[in-house]
Design a binder for this molecule. Structure first.
Ligand code: FUC
Length: 844
């Protein structure tokens, strides 16, 4: 039997050498703070596992638990009256007046993502623990805590099942009858504990009817529970049931008491009364108690092993699609084994101090994919600023969906790291935002289509935030959030070729955003189309009169987003062969958009005029949108603008918050400068212990590998791995560029399962000394495959590989031309493909 198991393991190892190796975060001590606890989740239910010995804390979240209720779609009926005055002030270059008038066009703040509560497990030990160990195994999406006390080894294992919608906690002692503990529930929101029976307890609670953002402190009561109309403030329920127990179980209001057991399994589930963005969660809410009971009853009919197997099958169906191995070329760096044997916090510290540890980089990559699988599942909510993990009633920036960079960044890796289905929750949110956004476009601007601004929430809020004039226009009044989100719709189509999605979901939403932008654009004195008022998140300029200005005309980011959106709508309408009139209008308007300008320092200009910035090192680099995530600026297609973009990055420097560094990795990758991208990756992975909000000289990674803005913000994790992917593979222009920005530190490696636009999967890519040994590409949709590679390749079998010529006929590449020039070191090939066929190319 043992030999058989050994043989099976060897077999699995041979098939999937990198996957069979367990990827783990592990530690020798319990979490000392939240940023050392370990995140686990199924998209809806989230847990932070502290790994405490005598009083374990499992901090729980449910992704639909937010304060508030459906939005007020017309909070500021006066708003449109200010628009002509603002535009007049801008024509007169009175930026101060324009800023103060724009402030009057604000609406209400978003609501907040709320914590569910805790399961507290108390074990009355007298002795001290030895052999302490805890981990997060991201190969299996399980967390284990283990320690020995008085000769008994105790183990706790946890996973969160997506197929069964339960959190499964197994507690074990290695000596019979030694397991004694109580398990009780609590919440920071309004709640009541109750006993269901001797094997089950419940907590029922209510979220606030309103929670002010943590940075807005003007109300005596920032958290309000009561709503006399019984609309706002959702209910929630949490239940804990003993699935199996070989000891004694009793329950009272203090919780479950388990005694003299050896092996106990607890099932937890939770639900809220959230019933959609436009329904009162209280009076028109779902029956949360029934939902929880159904989840528990269904799961409780299965054994622990069955639950575990289903969890594993489900998790592996996402996680195992990609593997990554990076090395600096040496056969096995001598210090690598030593690094791998270190606990993750110590390993991160050594890395911060300069150690070479490419397997930490690939662990970080897979951890990012793990986080998306654990926080964003079809049918649920998208990952918010903190994914789904939040312990605060008033979390940083409301833990909302901030759409002037952060939410978009969360989804940059979704398609290319082969997690396309996990992108869908974002599309559902876009639908809701577009729905409220139609009212906002009309009520705030008298415009058609739909608009969204700086941030949104589970209610799809779309108005400029700021509590009616209390916010700063430089973030609150930026009207491009919706237009930017639309890029994700079109990219999903470009990766998957899903025509039905394009026709029924993406196109109508994209068109609505383009209609708003069409109405929003006005002609300047030279006939260019500009936006006014306009801001560039979240930077401030010095006006000619020496005063600071926030609001001006046609910022580069506004125009870049509109250019990107119009291009995508034009391409979409060509793919669908529909709407020729609207397409013509957009082509016409796009040709009149205010052009990019190169400023006096050789940089890409951020504003309409060549203003200086108040903070030249500002963390936002909004004006480089066209370089990334857009596709209008690239070294291959617009070398002068790309050089200006590079200058901009040099002037901005490499500092910034977590997400800012992550974005810069993507920028440098798009400039094909792998070494600079890698430098920023190392900075992103610097260990951080900072908990409070810090903007300057910030960024980094906490001991649990969560990104430090600081505070914790998950976007940097996702943006970081998007950047790592862009270093290996780009497909936004006219071809699939393999090893597009390879740093010296990643001279050799292997990656399996990445996706490129046009429905291509890079089944495997092997490289050494920066040159491709072998690449295997599967085509899902057929069509021409144009690849750009660092060395000459030949076809391994029956592939007709030719040097590329002319436009790429593959429709997912926008009929883009072959750039006249390109790095002399790259080769570009074409080969025809058939759907579902695989093609192998090897070094020539
Ligand atoms: C934007 C950023 C901040 C932070 C917040 C959630 O306003 O400028 O740095 O990421 O969103």
């Amino acid at each position: 039997m043992r030999a058989f198991i050994l043989l099976i393991s060897l077999f699995t190892f041979l098939i999937h050498p990198t996957i069979a190796q367990s990827l783990k975060l592990w530690y020798k001590q319990p979490a000392r703070n939240w940023n050392e606890a370990l995140p686990i989740g199924n998209g809806r239910l989230g847990v932070m596992v502290w790994g405490n010995v005598a009083e374990e804390q499992l901090q729980l979240n449910e992704s639909t638990l937010w304060s508030g209720g459906p939005v007020n779609s017309n909070p500021n009926p006066e708003a449109p009256t200010y628009l002509p005055q603002i535009r007049k002030a801008l024509t007169e270059e009175n930026y101060e007046l324009a800023t103060s008038l724009t402030q009057k066009m604000q609406g209400l703040y978003t609501e907040s993502y709320e914590p569910l509560g805790d399961l507290v497990i108390r074990q009355p030990f007298t002795g001290q623990p030895t052999n302490y160990y805890r981990d997060l195994n991201i190969t299996e999406a399980t967390s284990t805590t283990r320690f020995t006390i008085d000769g008994v080894t105790y183990t706790r294992q946890l996973f969160v099942s997506a197929p069964d919608q339960v959190i499964v906690v197994r507690l074990m002692a290695d000596k019979p009858g030694q397991l004694n503990f109580t398990a009780s529930t609590r919440s920071k929101l309004r709640y009541r504990n109750a006993v269901v029976d001797n094997r089950e307890i419940s907590l029922n609670g209510k979220a606030p009817a309103h929670t002010d953002p943590n940075y807005f402190n003007e109300n005596a009561q920032p958290v309000v529970y009561d709503d006399s109309s019984q609309c706002r403030g959702m209910r929630f329920a949490l239940r804990v049931r003993v699935l199996s127990n070989d000891g004694v179980s009793v329950a009272d209001t203090a919780g479950l008491r388990i005694s003299n057991a050896t092996n106990v399994v607890l099932l937890l589930s939770a639900a809220t009364s959230f019933n959609g963005f436009d329904k009162c969660p209280d009076k028109d809410g779902k029956n949360e108690k029934l939902l929880v009971e159904n989840y528990l009853n269904k799961a409780a009919s299965k054994s622990y092993n069955a639950l575990y197997q289903e969890h594993l099958t489900d998790y592996h169906s996402f996680f195992n699609r990609v593997s990554l191995r990076l090395t600096n070329g040496a056969a096995k760096p001598s210090n690598q084994a030593a690094s791998e044997s270190l606990p993750t916090d110590e390993r991160l510290m050594q890395y911060t101090n300069g150690a070479n540890d490419p397997t930490l980089e690939s662990l970080y990559y897979q951890f990012g994919r793990y986080l998306l699988i654990s926080s964003s599942r079809p049918g649920g909510t998208p990952a918010n600023l903190q994914g789904i993990w939040n312990p605060h009633v008033r979390p940083p920036w409301s833990s909302n969906f901030t759409i002037n960079i952060n939410t978009q960044m969360n989804y940059w890796p979704a398609e290319m790291s082969n997690l396309s289905e996990l992108h869908r929750p974002l599309f559902e949110l876009i639908k809701d935002v577009a729905s409220t956004g139609q009212a906002t476009a009309k009520n705030f601007y008298g415009a058609s289509g739909w608009v969204a601004h700086h941030n949104t929430d589970i209610w799809g809020l779309s108005n400029p935030v700021g509590n009616m004039g209390k916010g700063s226009p430089l973030w609150a009044n930026w009207a491009m959030g919706g237009a930017w989100l639309c890029q994700h719709l079109f990219d999903h189509y470009r990766f998957t070729g899903d025509q039905k999605f394009l026709r029924e979901t993406a196109y109508p939403l994209m068109k609505g955003a383009a209609q708003f932008c069409s109405d929003w654009l006005i002609a300047d004195k030279d006939g260019y189309l500009v936006t006014a008022p306009s801001t560039t998140p979240e930077n401030v300029f010095i006006a000619p009169d020496g005063k600071k200005g926030e609001v001006s005309v046609a910022t580069t980011m506004d125009i870049s987003i509109i250019r990107d959106l119009f291009t995508n709508v034009i391409e979409a309408s060509m793919a669908l062969n529909n709407d020729p009139d609207f397409r013509r209008q957009l082509i016409e308007k796009r040709s009149k958009l205010y052009p990019f300008r190169i400023g006096k320092k050789g940089n890409l200009q951020e504003w309409y005029k060549d203003f200086d910035d108040v903070d030249p090192l500002h963390r936002h680099v909004s004006h480089l949108f066209a370089l990334h995530p857009g596709r209008q600026i690239a070294p291959l297609t617009t070398p002068d603008l790309a050089a200006a973009a590079r200058k901009t990055l040099e002037l901005r420097g490499d500092d910034g918050t977590g997400w800012s560094k992550a974005w810069k990795i993507n920028f440098w990758a798009r400039l094909n400068d792998g070494n600079h991208a890698y430098k920023l990756l190392r900075e992103l992975l610097k260990i951080s212990g900072v908990e409070g909000t810090q903007y300057a000289k910030a960024g980094g990674t906490y001991p649990n590998l969560f990104c430090a803005h600081p505070p914790f913000q998950i976007d940097g994790n996702f943006g970081g791995i998007s950047g790592m992917t862009e270093m290996l593979l780009q497909s936004h222009l006219s071809d699939i560029w393999l090893l597009a920005a390879l740093p010296d530190q990643w001279k050799a490696g292997q990656v399996k399962g990445l996706r490129a636009r046009g429905g291509f999967e890079i089944v495997s890519l092997d490289w050494q000394e920066g040159k491709i040994n072998k690449v295997v590409i599967r085509s899902m949709l057929g069509g021409n495959c144009r690849i750009r590679v660092p060395n000459r390749l030949k076809a391994a079998n029956g592939v007709s590989l030719k040097p590329a010529q002319g436009n790429n006929p593959n429709p997912f590449y926008g009929n883009a031309t072959l750039p006249a020039t390109g790095p002399s070191t790259t080769q570009v090939y074409d080969f025809p493909t058939q759907p579902n066929k695989t093609y192998t190319l090897v070094m020539n």
